[in-house]
Design a protein around this ligand. Structure first.
Ligand code: PMP
Length: 377
């Protein structure tokens, strides 16, 4: 075997022994693992919008946005997202990952200090690395650490980067306090709403994310979003001032050199946006409360419920046992978790029937009890 393949093979062996092997199996069952929080990916109106757009135009944007890849569907989606999420402007991408990279790299320059929460998603971590700006990683949700970094900075500019709802633990960032710090120390706040949209939001903007509730600070705010979770489609977006859109469109490599978002997915996301209703969000929240009760964990702010497991092996085994019972849950293991603790990850979804929920709760209780007994022994 050549030297490179020998290294890969040894690494695969180590992963396997440590219970950290990953495989992309096709799974079938009651979905309590995906990020389709409002159940919109299979909604007839969302599917119809995608099909209609494919029949009317094509499956692909077929070019990058600045060549011929921009369509009216992109602009209509961007206008709708900007209006609903309360920003002056929006630009869409073929994924949320690329939107995060675009936002951070377009905003941060050599005289910007990026202050990034330690639990930020991999796409934000990569974005900070690619921005090549000085970056200070601050302890998770530690406002004092953010303030210390802002106050002690050498750079004239600062960009604080957080998630509104964190994807692993489901806890939230304190946006009003962060914005207050940004005003006091002349900084900008970038909020990734990947797990906030469809889930959180003020009464006047239900399901539009936590940042929409603080839109009076919009000159201090840049929001990134994914179309691939609660909006049931695929793609991402950056929202903010017109100047932000302009900087992204003119400088972000993941916008300029990537084929535009598929028009069909743009049409699907546009249709889904109208289906983010208070009733759907309430249905997700009811499922969330029921699952939190059975898992004996506090009700989270997001749709994600995470249950610590004694080891990666027990997490994987619990997931397998549930899968055998027809229930799909996730398992987060190192290195995907910031604190090295394996967790079962369940997501609440709108539209689950009482029968489905009752069955899932009963089986989850039985299986998590096996592992609780094992770790107590
Ligand atoms: N940000 C966060 C917090 C995420 O959880 C994800 C998806 N896992 C992304 C960004 C990337 O979004 P997408 O899947 O659309 O690339």
């Amino acid at each position: 075997m050549n030297a490179l393949f020998s290294r890969l093979s040894a690494a695969a062996e180590r992963r396997s022994t440590a219970g950290l092997y990953r495989s992309d199996l096709v799974l079938d069952g009651l979905d309590l693992a995906s990020n389709d929080y409002l159940g919109l990916s299979a909604h007839p109106l969302v599917r119809a919008a995608a099909i209609e757009e494919i029949e009317r135009s094509s499956t692909s944007a077929s070019a990058s946005r600045l060549v011929t890849g921009t369509t009216h569907v992109h602009h209509r989606l961007e206008a709708a997202l900007a209006e609903r999420l309360r920003h002056p402007a929006c630009v869409t991408f073929s994924s949320g990952y690329l939107a995060n990279i675009a936002a951070v790299t377009a905003l941060a320059g050599p005289d910007t200090l990026i202050i990034s929460d330690a639990h930020n998603h991999a796409s934000l971590i990569d974005a900070c690395r690619l921005a090549k700006a000085p970056t200070s990683i601050v302890a998770h949700n530690d406002l004092d650490a953010v303030e210390a970094a802002l106050a002690g900075r050498q750079q004239s500019e600062a960009l604080v980067v957080v998630e509104s709802v964190y994807s692993v633990f489901g806890d939230t960032a304190d946006l009003p306090c962060l914005l207050d710090l940004c005003v006091r120390y002349d900084a900008l706040l970038l909020v990734d709403e990947a797990h906030g949209i469809g889930v959180t939001g003020a009464e006047t903007a239900v399901g539009m994310g936590a940042a929409a509730a603080v839109s009076e600070f919009r000159d201090r705010l840049v929001v990134t979003a994914t179309l691939s979770k609660a909006l049931g489609s695929q793609g991402g977006a950056v929202l903010g001032a017109g100047l932000v859109r302009d900087a992204v469109v003119n400088t972000a490599r993941t916008f300029i050199f990537d084929t535009g978002l598929s028009p069909a997915m743009a049409a699907a996301a546009r249709a889904a946006l109208d289906l983010v209703t208070a009733e759907r969000v309430a249905s997700m929240k009811a499922a969330r409360a029921q699952l939190a009760a059975v898992l004996d964990v506090p009700v989270p702010a997001g749709a994600v419920l995470s249950v610590p497991m004694p080891s990666p092996e027990s997490g994987v085994r619990a997931r397998e046992l549930l899968c055998e019972e027809g229930i799909l849950v996730g398992c987060f293991r190192p290195p995907s978790v910031p604190d090295g603790i394996t967790r079962l990850r369940l997501t609440a979804r709108a539209g689950l029937s009482p029968g489905e929920l009752a069955y899932a709760c009963e089986r989850i209780r039985a299986i998590t009890e096996i592992f609780a007994a094992e770790s107590a022994a």
